[in-house]
Ligand binder design. Sequence first.
Ligand code: ADP
Ligand code: MG
Length: 233
Amino acid sequence: MSLILARDIVKTYSTGEIEVQALRKVSFEIMEGSFVAFAGPSGSGKTTLLNLIGCLDKPTAGGLVVAEMAVARLNRLQAAKFRGKNIGFIFQNFNLMPVLTTFENIEYPLTMVQTLPAQERANRVTALLESVGMADQRNKYPEQLSGGQKQRVAVARALVTRPKLVLADEPTANLDHDTAHMIIQLMKKMTEEFNTTFIFSTHDSRIIGEAEVIYTLEDGRITNREVAHAQPV
Ligand code: ADP
Ligand code: MG
């Protein structure tokens, strides 16, 4: 089933006199449960595109459907609700709350959802701590963790609301190669475990090949689509 359908998306930033065409008629379809990378050099439009998919910004033109919702039509409040229900985010600089423990950082998105009882929250967080291999670090604060450990926490946090889609903008940019590889593998494992659709951006050629589907962005256009590991028939 199709989770994201983008048709001729244009995004133009206007700052004073200058107009920057960050995306120039980008079209693609992403199926539910897939593990997708947007690759491309700095300035090619990766962050712009993930922001549109994540309903953090709106296209200037074109059609964008995410989880059967025409997201460009949502107002700010509707977009925030849609994000909270459907999308998890992972950031390049981890974005953990320094005053919260590992456990509390993962639990945090759930504390926004008033309907979930405390015990159910705790059960979910505990299960995720196990899945990302951080059970023994549950009471540590972010400053006591390595970069790779912080990103494990961020992966768990992104999944705790059981979103349909997880978006990660250059999630491994601040990690060494071995750690980057481990984090991508963890994301892949979690995608399978939770049947989540996972989209990440990167300009690191060493991890691009880990994705199932790779789109190359250049100067605001998709210049290539590659299926890395063809499924056996
Ligand atoms: P990437 O994430 O691949 O590095 P971006 O999506 O950040 O690319 O940027 C694409 C283009 O849009 C670049 O030319 C960048 O300078 C420009 N751009 C991005 N955000 C803004 C903004 N808020 N205002 C003006 N120009 C922007
Ligand atoms: Mg970027």
